[in-house]
Design a protein around this ligand. Structure first.
Ligand SMILES: [Zn+2]
Length: 277
């Protein structure tokens, strides 16, 4: 994150930004310093200084000072994430999409898994032990209460996080959950979260789940094993049954049924639990 911001400030120096906004200044002394009228408060005598070498400003009139991000926040009255988004847009970077936010969340949750032994213990107790499989499935851990801030610091505006389903009623959607990402053609489309404790055990983000899990891999096989849950799938994959897919429950959607029947002569083995769920 810090590197992101440093690179942003390098690519768009404060002085360039101000000149784009028609700030007029004259050099002061021999150093890379400039002075002009303050864009942040009304004045008739210039008291706004920019040190181009340090990439910082200071106004002796209103007492404000800082870097490019601080200036944009004050001048445009933007939140920090919106400031970052605004600057990235100026530099021609594409606007982040909800899928970008999901991908960032997946990366964050993967890091968290390594830092939370209780989550790793839970995975082990459920029979998921192979580190390569954990990596391949991008399994992570949502401790709760940290994702929103993490993504805000990376410039994701709150409305985008709500749209992605990652934030619900102002909070992280997932608390103390093992997280399995669901993919469609290599793009994340949803996250499944399994609670470590008393909360409702199974939860997805409020967005489409797509078709059968990892169908681009499992669907190549003539015989397919279909399971209810992602832990069942992980355990079977770990045992070498890569022809296993998951329907996220026992009620198949039309898309999932179409996927299963797209290949004539395919055998589908249902390995559903006998419990009523
Ligand atoms: Zn000022």
């Amino acid at each position: 994150m810090r590197q992101d911001l440093e690179s942003l400030k390098r690519r768009l120096p404060l002085l360039d930004y101000l000149r784009r906004q028609n700030w007029r200044a004259r050099p002061v002394g021999a150093r890379a310093e400039y002075v002009g009228l303050c864009p942040l408060h009304p004045e008739t005598h210039p008291s706004f200084y920019v040190n181009a070498a340090k990439n910082l400003f200071y106004c002796h009139g209103c007492g404000q000072g800082g870097d490019l991000l601080r200036f944009v926040q004050l001048a445009r009255n933007l939140s920090f994430p919106k400031t970052v988004a605004h600057l990235k847009q100026l530099l021609g970077a594409p606007e982040p999409s909800p899928e970008d936010a999901l991908q960032e969340a997946i990366d964050f949750y993967r890091q968290q898994l390594e830092q939370h032994p209780e989550a790793m213990d839970y995975l082990h107790r459920r029979g998921v032990q192979d580190p390569r499989l954990i990596q391949q499935l991008s399994i992570g851990y949502a401790p709760g209460g940290r994702l929103r801030r993490h993504l805000s610091e990376r410039g994701y505006p709150a409305d985008l996080l709500i749209q992605a389903g990652l934030i619900h009623q102002g909070k992280d959607a997932f608390y103390r959950r093992i997280v399995f990402p669901c993919w469609e053609e290599g793009r994340p489309i949803n996250l499944y979260g399994r609670s470590l404790d008393g909360a409702p055990p199974h939860r997805f983000l409020a967005r489409p789940k797509g078709g059968l899990f990892a169908w681009s891999l499992a669907g190549h096989h003539a015989n397919v094993i279909l399971v209810e849950g992602l832990f069942d799938l992980a355990v079977l994959w770990q045992a070498g049954f890569r022809n296993t897919s998951c329907a996220f429950g026992i009620h198949l959607t039309e898309t999932q049924l179409a996927q299963l029947s797209e290949r004539p002569g395919r055998t589908v083995w249902l390995a559903f639990d006998s419990d009523p769920a």
